[in-house]
Design a protein around this ligand. Sequence first.
Ligand code: PMP
Length: 407
Amino acid sequence: KHTLDMNKIRADFPILQRKINGKPLVYFDNAATSQTPQQVIDAIVHYYSDYNANIHRGVHSLSQIATDAYEQAREKIRSHFNAEHVHEIIFTAGTTHAINLVAHGYSQLLNEQDEVIVSAMEHHSNIVPWQMMCEKTGAKLKVIPMTENGELELDTFDQLLNDNTKLVFVNHVSNALGTINPIEEIIEKTHAVGAKVLIDGAQAAPHIKADVQALDIDYYTVSAHKMCGPTGVGVLYGKQELLEALPPYQGGGEMIAEVDFEKTTYAGLPHKFEAGTPNISGGIAFGVALDYMNKIGFDAIADYEMELLVYATNQLNEVGDVRIYGTAVEQKTAVISFNIEGIHSYDIGTLLDKMGIAVRTGHHCAQPIMKFYKIPGTVRASFSFYNTKEEIDAFIEAVKKAKSMLL
Ligand code: PMP
């Protein structure tokens, strides 16, 4: 069993010292975006104060320093996810950009005979780009249904797969429910019919270290801002042969080999997918965020977050009239998506904010899940390794108070 030095960890996050509405901030909206440790903030400040320069094209020293730092970050990301090659790591603006990049490529590869499969449990960013792709190509979109427990129906998935299936896209972890999906099984079944799989790792990556080679993942997407890094940067991992076959997304500088008005040829990986000046400080800071989390250790983080999840779940169940959506704690990351009978999630969220507690309310960009449960939304409390049991106590007290005020 691992133990975390909570005083030391919390001291790394300046924002945790602040007050909201006169109360100490209790930040339980980690699934939307995580907070940023001083080490990551310092990396951004260091970049702009010491070596701000454009990368990959300058012969001058600053450009070389910036390029080296950016490419070192790419290597850290490769190593973290155990990709075989560093050029399989494509910097993007985040998961949304990464999925659009792949979907755009497939819009030039598929036709009306082809089928693709999504799950009922996706964030809108893993639905809408594919619908756009299907509109362009005529490919058919099928949906893996979910159960009342917030789990995917894998038996039905078997029936959806066939020789026409080209791609399956599911999230590793659901942002609205926290369900950890059985991606090993999904990948195996998908590969058995010769199709490829894109795993949206946005919610998994802050909690679970995915090994893309061991899992045989074709495409994996992450957002730095959910794992202690800055906003506006993320990664698409793709297997080399798939990325080589995928048409480029945006055209522009840095992604070309040779430009001629008759014909332009594209650069090799990863540059083919990295048109324009990227978020240089963001990429570098993402590397620092991964170092930070790895120093604490993903096993220690998982153990501790499970402790928080069990503690909070048990206490919340005692409040009464509470419905928690989704699967058992053992199959979730540290997310509790709930409602109190007869009260709108927005009203609870608003009262909690008055008491300094930040939670998410609403549909969480996953309207199909809300439609499945026939609700407008939920209250979502999502925990990180820098949260504490004392904060959960304050949260439970606040929920009780909100309930008594609203019922
Ligand atoms: N997929 C999932 C599962 C998410 O939780 C999110 C962020 N809420 C996204 C995709 C989109 O990520 P981003 O907004 O960083 O592009």
